[in-house]
Design a protein around this ligand. Structure first.
Ligand SMILES: [Zn+2]
Length: 220
């Protein structure tokens, strides 16, 4: 296998973790990573943890042409547009996390209630329901994301992006934790949300800057 070996290995490892953590069910969700002018994306119809290292589909980012592999994920347009519009993004994780979908589909936001949410994820824009797999969804997501770390999709799921696959993955984990924390806090009483000033204070910590910069460099 050529230079794509490392990226295929990382994709298979992260795919396994997404399934272990229950962030997707059945053949749901899709992930990709960019290398050079190509992206490597999950094939359509496979559970993420059933994809072999050879199974990741190589697609040319500019033309959208499949270079090698089976039919790519039905959300291929969403991935392509995000890579075309965000040169800083090298990985995309799209999942269907249960608590996240539950909270946003009730019309609620997922507020920032703990430090890692402020430091690693930040606020995400939220889109009303759009039919999955369509060009409209790809357009709406790439318009809504701006410079954010992801987009929330009501009645569907979430997308997180990153400079590395590890960063995009951690962001999805933290997002689902944030939704769980908010649900538990709401059941127990009145959730206390971090203020803008408290979030800014976390983001300014030298130790957080170090962690975030490390995450943006760590590939494995
Ligand atoms: Zn989806």
């Amino acid at each position: 296998m050529n230079g794509s070996h490392e990226v295929r290995q990382q994709l298979s490892r992260i795919a396994g973790k997404l399934c272990q953590h229950g962030l997707v069910a059945g053949p749901g969700g899709n992930i990709s990573a960019r290398e050079g002018g190509s992206m490597y994306i999950s094939p359509s119809g496979f559970a993420l943890d059933d994809i072999t290292q050879e199974g990741w589909v190589e697609v040319d980012v500019q033309s959208g042409v499949v270079v090698s592999g089976l039919r790519p994920s039905s959300e291929v347009l969403m991935h392509l547009q995000l890579y075309r519009n965000r040169p800083d993004v090298n990985a995309i994780v799209h999942t269907h996390p249960v608590y996240c979908i539950g909270v946003i589909s009730a019309g609620r936001d997922i507020p920032v209630m703990f430090a890692d949410h402020a430091a690693i994820l930040g606020d995400l824009p939220c889109l009303d329901y759009v039919l999955p797999t369509t060009a409209e969804l790809a357009d709406r997501v790439s318009q809504a994301i701006g410079s954010a770390a992801g987009v929330l999709l009501r009645n569907h799921g979430a997308i997180t992006v990153g400079a590395t696959l590890k960063e995009a993955y951690f962001r999805t984990e933290i997002l689902e934790d944030a939704a769980k924390v908010f649900v538990i806090a709401s059941l127990m009483g009145a959730p206390r949300v971090l203020s803008r000033a408290e979030c800014a204070e976390v983001q300014a910590l030298e130790s957080e800057e170090y962690r975030v910069s490390l995450l943006q460099r760590m590939k494995g």
